[in-house]
Design a protein around this ligand. Structure first.
Ligand code: ADP
Length: 458
């Protein structure tokens, strides 16, 4: 089956980045961090156990190679019985990697401050919820633990975990400090755990004085990396922290983040100077095992033809097709569907829950071919995908090659070292230059796929 039928031996004449500039399209931008975080939460229903844990101690602290610093079972932690019961009911049999390292520190007396970083799905939320529930006194009817999340939706996600883990603690109550929730000025909240977004929490704590900061014994800041990407949230979080710390210097302060770049480090250290730090270094994604190709086409129509040929010529196991814009993804989907191909569209205009559902169904094999944009790239684990097609090459908003996104779309971790195929369509000099830059950047060849050699794909 011919994959590229036109007679080009040189690059086609259309040469510009115009097709990428023609119309503004939300999906051409990277998804907001908060969306990615929420999508990950909705999609990760199981633990992601990859990477290697590292612990960095605060200065001056003795090396604790004592057994205190590692637990292999929940029993070792001497948790409240009601918590153990809930954990079993939730199907938690043993601590995850990050929990193994963090829980002994989180639960020790006197309380320790801690910063923990690991990618989503590794058990951070479960770890700090367990900590809050271990620290609360059910008989005390006032706020004792505060947890900050960057958005309304993320706060609700944490709340769900609190509800589940406290199912056998009927006297422990949770209150949300989020949009739509009201308190009366001066009237103290009676729930022991308060989860909320920074603005609302600041109001409740400082403006309305309905939380007594002297009684807060555990302060959790979740999704620190998302928090600092949002206007104003960083300052508000710091103010909340300072207020609590001033009122109760013994309050345990915990900070969690999926990534840990310089900005997060700087922010983390304003909240917790000289911290104990636990990081889970993720396994690197790499392009080993991935056969990479490009297909030259002379323009949009030719590209579509090439796509059709490819579609007809392959027994596609499961594939993802990436487009630059929402519009072109929708266009391609419609045309392939008209031809009777079973493809599913996943774009940023869908509500996030629906996106998560489609990703879940794709992972479960209900959808075989997904057509999507960058907006969804991070939520999808491509390990089971045999073919990734870049219908448009990945570029940043300022039209530079987007190496990180390319790797994310196509790369695999060692654990998922299965072979895969990546095919890049080039319908202009610009697109070709992007693919060339990507090949150079990773030092891995991207070969031309042509009609004479369909066996390349086998
Ligand atoms: P993170 O906060 O790092 O994204 P979560 O705490 O949300 O991770 O955990 C990811 C998923 O794994 C959740 O569905 C959670 O219920 C589950 N999980 C967490 N800890 C354990 C454990 N020890 N055993 C089994 N499942 C777990």
């Amino acid at each position: 089956i011919p994959i590229w039928t036109s007679n080009h031996q040189t690059m086609p004449p259309v040469a510009s980045a115009d097709s990428f500039q023609s119309s503004f399209d939300e999906d051409a931008r990277p998804a907001p961090k908060a969306d990615i975080a929420l999508l990950n939460k909705l999609v990760h229903k199981k633990l992601e156990e990859v990477g290697e844990v590292q612990i960095k101690l605060p200065n001056q602290q003795q090396d604790p190679t004592s057994p205190l610093y590692s637990v292999k079972s929940f029993e070792d932690l001497r948790l409240k019985e009601s918590l153990v019961k809930a954990l079993y009911k939730m199907g938690f049999q043993q601590p995850s990697k990050i929990q193994e390292a963090a829980l002994p520190i989180l639960l020790v007396e006197p309380p320790q401050n801690l910063i923990a970083q690991s990618q989503s799905g590794t058990g951070k939320t479960a770890a700090f919820v367990l900590t809050m529930l271990s620290r609360v006194k059910a008989e005390d009817k006032f706020a004792q633990c505060i947890c900050l999340a960057p958005t309304y939706e993320l706060a609700l996600q944490i709340g769900k975990v609190v509800e589940e883990m406290s199912q056998f603690m009927p006297d422990v109550k949770l209150r949300y400090a989020i949009r739509g929730e009201m308190v009366e000025r001066g009237q103290k909240v009676q729930e022991q755990i308060i989860i909320g977004t920074p603005g609302k929490m600041l109001d409740w704590l400082i403006k309305y004085r309905c939380i007594d900061a002297t009684k807060i014994k555990c302060f959790v800041l979740d999704e620190a990396d998302v928090m600092i990407s949002q206007q104003g949230h960083q300052d508000q979080s710091v103010r909340i922290h300072n207020e609590i710390e001033r009122a109760n210097p013994n309050c345990q302060c915990l900070l969690f983040s999926a990534t840990y770049d310089d900005q997060v480090v700087a922010f983390a250290e304003t909240i917790i100077p000289n911290p104990m730090l636990i990081t889970l270094r993720p396994e690197e994604q790499a392009l080993n095992n991935i056969k990479q190709f490009y297909v030259l086409c002379s323009g949009r129509d030719d590209k579509y033809e090439a796509m059709l040929n490819l579609y007809g010529g392959l027994t596609i196991g499961s594939a993802i097709i990436f487009c630059y814009t929402r519009k072109s993804a929708a266009w391609l989907t419609e045309r392939l569907q008209q031809r009777g191909h079973a493809v599913t569209l996943l774009t940023g205009e869908l509500p996030i829950e629906e996106r998560a559902l489609i990703i879940q169904q794709f992972k479960d094999g209900h959808h075989k071919v997904l057509i999507t944009t960058n907006v969804c790239a991070r939520g999808i684990d491509v390990s089971q995908v045999s073919i990734v097609i870049n219908y448009d090459p990945p570029i940043t908003v300022d039209k530079q090659p987007d190496f990180e996104t390319y790797l994310h779309r196509i790369g695999r971790t060692g654990r998922f070292g299965k072979a895969g195929i990546a095919i890049n369509f080039c319908d202009s000099d610009f697109a070709f230059s992007i693919i060339k830059a990507i090949a150079d950047h990773f030092g891995k060849p991207i070969e031309q796929l042509d009609t004479a050699d369909t066996e390349q794909l086998e």
